[in-house]
Design a binder for this molecule. Sequence first.
Ligand code: GTQ
Length: 346
Amino acid sequence: MSTLDAPDGDAVFRKGMKDASVSPLWDVMAALVTETPQPRAVPYVWPYADVQPQLIEAGHRITAAQAERRVLILENPGTDGDHTITDALYAGLQLVLPGETAPVHRHTQSALRFVLESDSAWTSVDGEPVKMQPFDLVLTPSWRWHEHGGATSPTIWLDGLDIPIVQRFSAGFAERDGNVPANDDAVSGRTRAAYGANLKPARTQDIDTETPLFHFPYAVWSKSLAEYAAKVPVDPHRGWTLEFTNPRNGGSVMRTISAFVTWVPPGMTTKPRRQSAGAVYAGVCGVGTLIVDDTPLTVGPRDVAAVPSWGALQIENSSDEPLVLFSYSDRACHEKLGFWKESLEQ
Ligand code: GTQ
């Protein structure tokens, strides 16, 4: 008599499998190999007016030095407190107060900062400081030493990191000691002078493919985006969207994270667009609605929203001023791994 013929055969078989650390694919096949992405993350918005006071309260309770980074993580309600805003990305709001320095460290994880409030704060990358102005994009690519300081008023930015991706690969390393190698080249403005005008230093071939530019000032990107909007017909699915690029290869701004700015004119609602990448949006100016499948997310300046993989996204600007949004996504990974898909609907 085979095990399956025994009265309790199935239970015995299942216990045997469990004891042998195997499991039947047929129980989970449909959940593992889905016809379309089934993200755990849900469409969601974090209004700045709700989160900013909690961050200021955190400022009364813990110093930047104690916390290492004083950050409130934006936890997607669908991902069960596992510190993700989409299935593969992390987001947080970081506060630096006058007189504080968030101590120098480096890690495998790539980080971007989208500045929400700042007068005079700086971030330094491998010792080179850049001043952070509202709506500037500042990058800390993988394994670069970085610290933050110089605030003269409470300074707040959106942190976007690939923490869940690095975690899934168990590929994370970090160094926290202060043994930062002296970088004699680290003069403020050096990188912009070298790479900021589609030029680069004439010397041996770059072996590093990571972006050398790590500061994309609002004053520069907003001017380009406005001129683009004035000269090119609007894309029905994307509004006017420009991607930040790595000047070394024209690709995504960091290896794992893509970043964009979007302009939607008054009165426009974009046609539904799905993409396999999960995205995070932050409002810059105007007020609009991200409609994700049937969920409306109202986004004004400094509000942050999650648009999970394969959600049908429409961006509606019912106000009478332009709606400008910053976004970042894991599209860079999808493209490199051959995963990326997009569906433009009517
Ligand atoms: O500023 O280096 O939100 O290392 C999470 C991890 C910020 C940072 C975060 C980090 C940082």
